[in-house]
Design a protein around this ligand. Structure first.
Ligand code: FO1
Length: 302
């Protein structure tokens, strides 16, 4: 499963209930990663782990349920930057990750240990152990780091370009190519195509491995009735010259996927999607609870 944050995590929560979890590998975006307070934060990796472990805050979709914020409040007193909120228990994850990285462990090894510690049987792999950072160009302003755009600016600014710093040099993390080569199915999760899936595919060996398996690749459209369920995917698609619809998503994925699942609300677009050269399945895709996640997982895997 090629994965970003919330949408991917919710699909994975269904997949682990639909098939044997030990046979599932999540290949996760790291373009959102950020260094804060000297700590390495990997939001999408953590969202996947916390969600599959049923520990995620269900309302926010990120961070841990029942979280407290005493460390953030204390940092505020010192005038530290607190626009990116790290909960007290979540901080332990970043402390642990950072200490392991400083001791020389690759991000993939740390991620595997974190997933195991949370009781996960699935493999959770960063797409790369190398530095890969999503950089966004804001109209009339210039380039800013992804979380500056997403959280600090609440993605309420116009974007003229997105690039993935380090992608040309990035090599797939150990296990990524093997998973893509041997999988029965490859799923492109309903994550943001521009800032969640594109950075995964920006690692050229990953992109080539996915294209080689195109027949076995199923994508799920994150755009439902012309809008993203969460985040700025619809706006980003429009701003960067794409169509903010299931058809626009199909056009972006036609080279890497043979099949796409679109929402019932977009049933009328199915023929236009097929005209882009993909098989199209219409199904409920909004994962408002675990039952819906399992139902979508079953459709995707069928
Ligand atoms: N999203 C926010 O909107 N505000 C935050 O303060 C915030 C903190 C945060 C801390 C840890 C973490 O793992 C995720 C966090 N997120 C926050 C979510 C994150 O910015 C996004 O989910 C992804 O990067 C987009 O997929």
């Amino acid at each position: 499963v090629l994965a970003g944050g919330v949408g991917a995590a919710r699909l994975l929560r269904g997949i682990v209930r639909a098939v044997e979890p030990a046979g599932v590998t999540a290949i996760v975006n790291v373009g959102d990663d950020i260094e804060l307070h000297g700590l390495h934060v990997s939001p999408d990796l953590d969202t996947v782990v916390y969600t599959v472990a049923d520990a995620i805050d269900p309302d926010r979709g990120w961070g841990l349920a029942g979280e407290t914020w005493r460390a953030m409040d204390a940092l505020e007193r010192y005038g530290s930057e607190t626009w990116f909120r790290l909960g007290d228990a979540d901080l332990a994850t970043h402390l642990y990750r950072t200490q392991r990285l400083r001791a020389g462990a690759p991000l993939s090894a740390v991620s595997a240990d974190l997933a195991r510690a949370w009781g996960l049987a699935i493999a959770v792999l960063p797409v790369t152990d190398d530095d890969l950072r999503t950089i966004v160009t804001v109209a009339g302003e210039g380039e800013i780091a992804f979380q500056e755009y997403f959280v600090r600016r609440q993605h309420a600014v116009a974007v003229t370009a997105v690039r993935f710093e380090g992608a040309e040099r990035a090599r797939p993390a150990p296990g990524v190519i093997d998973a893509l080569t041997t999988a029965d199915r490859i799923v492109v999760a309903p994550s943001n195509p521009i800032v969640s899936i594109a950075p995964v595919l920006a690692v050229s060996e990953v992109r080539d491995a996915v294209i080689a398996r195109r027949r076995d690749v199923t994508a799920v459209s994150p755009i439902v009735a012309g809008a993203a369920l969460k985040g700025p995917a619809d706006r980003l698609l429009r701003e960067l010259g794409h169509e903010a619809s299931a058809v626009g998503v199909a056009r972006l994925y036609r080279d890497i996927a043979a099949r796409i699942v679109i929402d019932e609300a977009d049933a009328a677009l199915a023929d236009d999607v097929r005209a882009e050269g993909l098989d199209c399945t219409v199904a409920p895709t909004v994962m408002h609870d675990v039952t819906a996640s399992v139902a979508l997982a079953e459709v995707v895997l069928a």
